[in-house]
Ligand binder design. Structure first.
Ligand code: ACO
Ligand code: LMR
Length: 604
């Protein structure tokens, strides 16, 4: 792989480090990337499903996941892991990601991962051909394509340091702070960088200087390289070997910092864990000397480095190796941005015509469109255009539950309310509020429990026992007036529709075996209309390809009862209008229909 990152590279960001993620997105917007560079965030302790971030003046939602496996499964194209876990967790997060697979590079920011673990982690990554950047790093950048987290600092700084578009230098440093400094120096003395990596300050880092320089040797955008090493370790000697053996042919400018160490009597430990010389050849002086002898461009001091850069760059330009760079147009992130309070993912009224899940209303509203209310529901509730058999099933359900006469509890309440002089909406709401676990609102419960029983392969007898222990009547079983002798023809109708139109009905098949057992105990313990709807909706969603997780979420959010709510609203409104039409007076329940059992109070 000649290039570490491209304009299509997307990352999974481990830890919801909002500032760093926002900086990446500001960068993306500035350089006009097509897709945001962060595809998913792993936030193990968050209960949220997404977080909002600015993308230029607008906001976008980035999905949150509890673990890397789920994030990777949802965003398989994201092949960079930005591991922002603490030093206590970073090892486990990296090892898990290596196990999951599909990552081409992993950047680890934590400093101070135990060295034994760091070595194991780096060795495992190397075996799997995964480039590890860090630990203890700010990361890296492919200017104009992809930027890791905080590299380059603020967007103003990035543009000033020409990190918004590719230049021609390949930059490798240990230090993150000096990475930014050098980017700036290179932008002043040359044309910026084509790719840059701060390999990290810990003693044992994943990719070392030579790994990065060999890759840059292959990267046609990189015309020369700049290596900023430091006192400690012997990695620079591998670079010297590669230059001597001709593996690296592009010019390298290099400097090892820490030459001041010689002025101290004893060994000096600089800021980085790896920055301490354990032998003469690990000193900055020795390494600078050896590099110069190998033909690497080594300045006389750090202060002389800018001149060296200018010299090498101008020479390559004169030779025609480096051409002129056309400055790209950039977006400018607004200074002041306001976060939106509400989010809507189902409809949009901003254009000439409002849309349902992207479909203009006129494309579903009139008969000539061939669309019905089932299509409108599939768009507005599920943000998908369901196939005909599914939208027809939805419509069959709505029509089936629209009314069941004036005596049922909800209709009765709506009628009483209308007769108290209340409006259509007030009377309707009274009826709707009656829908619950016993009346019309057992659909979600039926789906949940029957699905549970089927998922756990419970026999009907085991299921009944399970429900007994739970202490709840089985939702979807039983009816006040319907029974084996007086079957509910609505249920028969729904079952017939499913048999003729559904690809398969495994959950219904299971529920019917449960019904056999319950009706053998008591003949009104039939699979009722609520139960049939809930169970068939699960069969429908399974046939439509939803995951079990998605179906469970539909159930727990009350989606199934919503079908009864919509359907029965039609009937309730009918009853309310009926009351108004008949101008019925206030209702008072006949006292002889009430058993009064109130004790006579003793005299005070
Ligand atoms: N699961 C297990 N046992 C049940 C169930 C059930 N779903 N329903 C009733 N029973 C048993 C009761 O435990 C009781 O047993 P017992 O005689 O040994 O004490 C017996 O059957 C009668 O119980 P009731 O509550 O008097 O039954 P009733 O016929 O009056 O109630 C009702 C009907 C309320 C629908 C009831 O069956 C029930 O709660 N079912 C579950 C909820 C449900 O599905 N509601 C939707 C109905 S359809 C609709 O509203 C559109
Ligand atoms: C209904 O649809 O309202 C019923 O099944 C309930 C009932 O009591 O008939």
């Amino acid at each position: 792989m000649a290039q570490l990152f491209t304009r299509d590279t997307q990352a999974i960001f481990w830890n919801n480090n909002k500032t760093a993620i926002q900086r990446m997105l500001d960068y993306d917007y500035t350089i006009k990337r097509d897709k945001p560079s962060v595809a998913a965030i792993v936030a193990p302790t968050s209960g949220n499903k997404f977080d909002k971030f600015f993308y230029g003046p607008d906001e976008i939602m980035i999905p949150l996941f509890k673990n890397t496996a789920d994030a990777k499964a949802a965003q398989p194209q994201a092949d960079v892991l930005l591991n922002f876990a603490s030093f206590r967790t970073a090892y486990d997060v990296t090892m898990e990601a290596l196990e999951i697979g599909g990552f081409s590079s992993i950047m680890i920011t934590a400093e101070g991962i135990p060295e034994r673990l760091a070595r194991k982690m780096n060795a495992t990554a190397r075996e799997k051909n995964v480039t590890v950047i860090g630990p203890a790093t700010v990361g890296g950048i492919a200017p104009g394509a992809f930027k890791i987290a905080n590299v380059g600092g603020t967007i103003e700084n990035i543009v000033n340091s020409k990190l918004h578009r590719a230049g021609s230098c390949g930059l490798v440093t240990r230090s993150g702070g000096l990475f930014n400094e050098l980017s700036n120096i290179i932008s002043i003395n040359a044309d910026g960088i084509a790719e840059g990596v701060a390999i990290g300050g810990d003693r044992f880092v994943g990719s070392v200087f030579i790994d990065n320089l060999l890759r840059m040797e292959e990267n046609p955008e990189v015309k020369y390289m700049l290596l900023l090493g430091e006192v400690g370790g012997t990695e620079e000697y591998k670079v010297i070997e590669a230059v001597k053996s001709g593996k690296i042919k592009k010019p390298i400018i290099a400097w090892c910092i820490g030459t001041i160490a010689k002025y101290y009597d004893s060994g000096v430990q600089f800021g980085h864990a790896g920055a301490s010389a354990n032998a003469e050849r690990e000193t900055a002086e020795a390494k600078n000397k050896a590099m110069a002898e190998a033909g690497i461009f080594v300045p006389s001091s750090f202060n002389d480095l800018p001149n060296k850069i200018a010299e090498v760059y101008n020479d390559l330009k004169a030779k025609g190796v480096i051409g002129e760079i056309e400055e790209p147009e950039m977006n400018v992130c607004p200074k002041v941005r306001k976060s939106k309070e509400f989010i809507c993912t189902i409809s949009d009224d901003r254009g000439d015509e409002a849309t349902y899940a992207g479909f203009p209303i006129s494309s579903v509203a009139t008969p000539d469109t061939g669309k019905g209310i089932g299509d409108v529901i599939s768009l507005l509730w599920f943000k998908k255009q369901y196939p005909k058999w599914a939208t027809e099933f939805i419509e069959t359900v709505l029509k089936t539950v629209a009314d069941h006469g004036p005596a049922v509890s909800g209709a009765h309440n709506a009628k009483v309310t209308a007769r108290a002089g209340k409006s259509v909406v007030e009377s309707l709401v009274t009826g709707l509020l009656t829908i619950g676990p016993r009346f019309g609102g057992a659909i979600d419960g039926a789906a949940e429990y029957f699905k549970y029983a089927d998922d756990h392969k419970l026999t009907p007898a085991e299921f009944l026992n399970h429900m007994k222990k739970e202490g709840v009547p089985i939702p979807g079983i039983g009816h006040r007036i319907k029974s084996l002798k007086n079957p509910d023809l609505r249920v028969e109708g729904l079952k017939k529709f499913a048999a003729e139109n559904f690809p398969a009905t495994p959950l219904l098949d299971y529920a019917l075996t449960v019904e056999q057992l319950t009706t053998s105990k008591k003949e009104n313990l039939i699979l009722n209309v609520d139960g049939t709807i809930g169970i068939l909706m699960v069969d429908m969603w399974r046939a439509l390809g939803y995951t079990e997780e998605e179906i469970n979420e539909f159930i727990s959010s009350g989606t199934l009862n919503a079908f009864f709510i919509v359907g029965r609203s039609i009937g309730f409104i009918g009853h309310v209008l009926d009351e108004k039409r008949l101008a019925m007076p206030m209702y008072r329940h006949p006292m002889d229909d009430i058993l009064y059992d109130v004790q006579v109070a003793e005299k005070i």
